[in-house]
Design a protein around this ligand. Structure first.
Ligand SMILES: O=C(O)COP(=O)(O)O
Ligand SMILES: [Mg+2]
Length: 216
């Protein structure tokens, strides 16, 4: 059995809110709209770029329009790794799992291009056997098919896999695919989103939970 850990990206591996926030504020400025507080942006993250822009425009009383999304994708794509960093302890956890023989994958609702840019820019892309982005397959989280397609691309099996994420979309996708789920308590989602899943308070707390999860 080759164990495989499937990680969400935003709010789980990386603290990407600063660059998402900066890009959204530039879009607001372009439209003559007021900028956002960080907490407002964090509450809008989790369903991919299109929904993020939809929510941002709706919060300013505006209807969604495609040029806004296109502008955001260009701007964010060029600025995804300015302030974004891995959460403390993440690189060490990934290195430990690698040394223990785990396979690893990323399953994110972020479009795959900026996801790859970020993972490479932060020097952690070499840990992953596959990156399943929000636009990699016909569906995305919470649909479990997004997770199952990512697992297939990583050469893993659902029975050997655990999902780690910070949003109810991650919990729903993991459970829908029949996987144990660990909730990233350091991320963007309120703890209520764990919905009974074990919570890791810090990245280092993942290790015992991951090792135990596949023994259960
Ligand atoms: O891009 C988003 O809104 C969320 O991305 P995530 O699935 O990596 O948390
Ligand atoms: Mg997330």
């Amino acid at each position: 059995m080759t164990r495989i850990a499937v990680f969400d990206l935003d709010g789980t591996l990386v603290d990407s809110a600063p660059d998402l926030h900066a890009s959204l504020d530039r879009l607001m400025a372009l439209r003559g709209l007021p900028d956002f507080a960080r907490a407002e942006v964090i509450a809008m993250i989790g369903d991919g770029a299109k929904v993020l822009v939809e929510r941002a425009l709706a919060a300013r009383g505006q209807a969604f329009d495609q040029p806004a999304l296109d502008w955001f994708l260009d701007d964010y794509g060029a600025n995804a790794a300015v302030e974004t960093a891995t959460f403390d302890g993440i690189p060490a956890v990934l290195a430990t799992l690698k040394a223990e023989g785990w396979r690893m994958a990323v399953c994110t609702n972020k479009p795959v291009a900026p996801a790859r840019t970020l993972l490479a820019g932060l020097g952690i892309d070499q840990f992953f056997d596959a990156i399943g982005g929000g636009d990699s397959y016909p569906v995305r989280k919470p649909d479990p098919a997004h997770l199952l397609a990512t697992l297939r691309d990583a050469g893993g099996e659902a029975r050997d896999a655990i999902m780690i994420g910070d949003h109810h979309n991650d919990v729903a996708a993991g459970r829908g695919a029949g996987l144990p789920v660990i909730f990233a308590g350091w991320g963007y989602g309120p703890l209520s989103m764990a919905a009974g899943a074990p919570v890791a308070a810090t990245p280092a707390d993942l290790l015992p939970l991951l090792r135990a999860g596949l023994l259960a």
